[in-house]
Design a protein around this ligand. Structure first.
Ligand code: SF4
Length: 167
């Protein structure tokens, strides 16, 4: 095709604003970080703060992380929210093991991160003793702003991770 002055049109100019280029792994990281399905493993008072983060004042939906799933097979982010007793610990490990890869873990609050105020024989002194943790959110309980900050940090971590797909 020729333009009215007899020259070929610039293909780059024709596509400007309509096409962009990127790498597939970057695209995959972008898609993964904004389509998080949460498994809320909620055991104690931090759960109130978790719920308030999901409500309209803070609206976690804005960050692409709205939908809780109560099946580990449909979840990619495990939120451990509250105190985990030694008795409960094997169940938490089972839930983590049943999640499909890639999967991520957030320790929500002091109890999940390090046992919190319960320095005793019956409380697990941090969930990283049994499963890997990607993000720790400090506080007893953490404010919703801290929760959202933790979520944003996880999304950055996901975007920057090596993306694996296929088998
Ligand atoms: S960190 Fe504090 S608010 Fe959260 S579950 Fe433990 S005691 Fe409760």
């Amino acid at each position: 095709m020729l333009t009215t002055n007899g020259q070929s049109p610039d293909p780059g100019a024709a596509l400007q604003g309509q096409v962009f280029t990127t790498r597939f792994d970057k695209l995959l990281g972008w898609a993964r970080k904004y389509s998080l399905f949460q498994y809320p493993f909620v055991t104690a008072c931090c759960g109130m703060e978790f719920m308030s983060t999901a409500c309209s004042h803070y609206d976690i939906d804005r960050f692409g992380a709205a939908f809780p799933r109560f099946s580990p097979r449909q979840s990619d982010v495990l939120w451990v929210v509250g105190t985990v007793s030694q008795k409960l610990a094997p169940l938490l490990k089972t839930v983590y093991d049943q999640m499909a890869d890639p999967k991520y873990v957030i320790a929500f609050g002091a109890c999940a991160s390090c046992g919190g105020p319960y320095d005793d024989y019956s409380t697990l002194q941090g969930i990283d003793l049994i499963i890997p943790v990607d993000i720790y959110i400090a506080g007893c309980p953490p404010r919703p702003e801290a929760v959202l900050d933790g979520l944003l940090k996880l999304q950055t971590l996901i975007q920057d991770s090596k993306q694996e797909w296929g088998s």
